[in-house]
Design a protein around this ligand. Structure first.
Ligand SMILES: [Zn+2]
Length: 203
């Protein structure tokens, strides 16, 4: 086994490359903590290895960055940084505790009866949904990472569907009546910003 370290430049950024030559037939590549680890057969040239890395580098780097974003999300609770990551069941429980108080609060304000059933689900893209058929509101567990103001804006959005099925002007008229900062809060959520200082005085 022969080992050596070098660097490679990808998109104007320099990465460490750790090469191990072994008695193997194929070349293997891993990317961890910003370092490329290559295992290659003994006679593989550096040129070949560098071309091999370049081919898969972008995909590997993007995948790692995505993972980092998700991990970053795990240690935000209601817009505040916390010391440890939240497990999936904790996310659901904490969000449900909040929704159990806040959904009925807005239902009262918006004159909605009977009260909706509430569910928290692991949805990746949708923040919430309103099933009129089962009279159920579903919320994505990732909402637990955001400021209360953002969560409330999603609650108001889903409850507005009680009156308006489509996202037309009347629908938004209802929303702005109960969430005047809806536009900004919706942008905050779409951009994945868990905390905005402008929400600090929000109760
Ligand atoms: Zn909608």
């Amino acid at each position: 086994m022969r080992m050596k370290e070098t660097t490679i430049s990808i998109n104007n950024r320099s990465y460490k490359v750790h090469i191990t030559h072994k008695f193997i037939k194929n070349i293997y590549l891993r990317f961890r903590n910003d370092v490329f680890y290559v295992s290659a057969p003994h006679l593989t040239t550096d040129g070949f290895i560098f071309r091999f890395i370049t081919q898969s580098a972008e995909q590997l780097i993007t995948r790692t960055e995505k993972k980092a974003t998700l991990n970053r999300a795990a240690n935000y609770l209601f817009g505040k940084k916390i010391e440890r990551d939240l497990r999936d069941d904790e996310k659901k429980d904490r969000l449900m505790d909040y929704l159990a108080i806040k959904v009925p609060f807005f239902e009262r304000k918006m004159n909605i009866t009977p009260l909706y059933h509430i569910r928290v689900r692991n949805m990746r893209t949708l923040a919430g949904s309103n099933s009129r058929k089962t009279h159920t509101l579903s919320f994505a567990s990732f909402l637990v990472h955001y400021d209360y103001a953002v969560i409330d804006s999603v609650i108001v959005h889903e409850l507005a569907h009680h009156y308006e099925f489509n996202h037309g002007p009347h629908f938004y008229q209802i929303i702005y009546e109960y969430a005047s900062n809806y536009r900004r809060l919706n942008q905050q959520m779409k951009k994945g910003i868990f905390h905005d200082p402008r929400n600090e005085n929000y109760i």
